[in-house]
Ligand binder design. Structure first.
Ligand code: 2P0
Length: 354
């Protein structure tokens, strides 16, 4: 039948985010509720991002998804939770020119096809799930004419992957852990937009693009179960750092920002080491990058670069301005010359090109 042949599509692009106060540990595995607040910076979408196209057609007989061109299963609870939450909020959609009319109730019986691409290595600790689920939720919401604000959408993206809730805004973003058991107040809020502190330059030194051995999901579960330090971190240390970090960001106080960012990365890796069996995300090259930056910051008297490492060995380096970013690249090239045993695979300029 002719009327069955239409396809309606939406494409969206979502950048990844890098936490400067880390999320590590859940109090609810299914709803994905964190044991502490976290703060991140969203990268420029031109560099590390996910592009997702979602399509609906009466000709589709099941929901299907392709990630980087390969079909993946949507049967997992996280995908199902996101799809269900978005479908429940779908509204009428009309394309008059093409004579397409979908009413609110039709969405229950219509299936979607989803194609998603990352322009950076998947699951190498470069927060691919953050951009991925944020983009999935955002593009489905657009397709289905969902009228919720970004805060509500962030609570849906959170159910795909915790860090994804922070990718729906630019600039600096806080994921408020919330108090409610149903997760309704566990949402992301924008602290400042991308223009507030635009001198910062983010450089990602790709130490390895191999897939990590311990996934974040299982790693943080094991940490919560076995680490004696994690409770101290979540209850005593992070709440204070969140307040200090918000103030440092508001005031563009780079020295305090650097101090907090580096300390929080190091404590996150310390609780990983305190997990049984211990989790190692950083390698020797990561450690050498830390030493190199620490030495430089000390010799300058005032910090030039903050470092932070996620669930992998790659360094995220945040330079105070373009001059310090250029000097940082010079230093990295000197200490890690290309084609040597310890060379870095590449230097990705994550924020603005210099
Ligand atoms: C973060 N990470 O705040 C921390 C720092 C990695 C280290 O959020 O189980 O992929 O999907 O909620 O979000 C990575 O964890 O884990 C992460 P799930 P997610 O960015």
């Amino acid at each position: 039948e002719e009327s069955q042949k239409w396809v309606l599509m939406v494409t969206a692009q979502t950048p990844t985010n890098i936490a400067v106060i880390k999320y590590w540990g859940k109090r609810d595995e299914n709803l994905i509720l964190a044991i502490n607040d976290s703060i991140s910076v969203t990268l420029d979408p031109a560099h590390l991002c996910t592009t997702t196209t979602v399509a609906v057609s009466p000709a589709f007989n099941q929901d299907r998804m392709w990630l980087n061109g390969k079909e993946i299963s949507l049967s997992g609870g996280r995908y199902q939770n996101c799809l269900r939450e978005i479908r429940a909020r779908a509204n009428d959609v009309e394309d008059e020119k093409r004579g397409i009319k979908i009413t609110k109730n039709d969405w229950e019986n219509l299936h979607v096809h989803i194609a998603s691409y990352n322009n950076f290595p998947t699951a190498a600790g470069l927060a691919s799930s953050a951009a991925g689920f944020a983009c999935l939720v955002y593009s489905l919401a657009k397709l289905m004419n969902v009228q919720e604000d970004n805060g509500k959408l962030s609570a849906i993206a959170r159910q795909g992957s915790g860090s994804a809730c922070r990718s729906l805004y630019g600039g600096f973003v806080k994921w408020v852990m919330g108090k409610e058991e149903n997760g309704s107040d566990s949402v992301a809020i924008q602290l400042v937009d991308e223009k507030h502190w635009d001198e910062l330059v983010i450089i990602i030194a790709v130490v390895s693009s191999r897939q990590k051995e311990t996934s974040s999901t299982s790693g943080m579960l094991e940490t919560v179960e076995t680490s004696a330090l994690i409770e101290h971190r979540a209850k005593e240390v992070v709440p204070k750092r969140i307040i200090q970090m918000e103030e440092a960001i508001q005031k563009r106080d780079f020295a305090t920002f650097t101090h907090l960012t580096c300390a929080d990365s190091n404590q996150f890796h310390a609780v990983c080491l305190d997990t049984s069996p211990p989790i190692f995300y950083m390698n020797d090259t990561s450690h050498r990058i830390i030493s190199c930056v620490e030495k430089w910051n000390r010799s300058e008297g005032t910090p030039q670069v903050a470092y932070t490492f996620d669930a992998g060995p790659n360094a995220v380096l945040i330079a105070r301005n373009r001059t310090s970013a250029a000097l940082l690249l010079q230093r990295l090239l000197f200490h890690f010359p290309p084609n040597s045993e310890t060379d870095l695979n590449s230097y990705v300029i994550g924020d603005k090109s210099i």
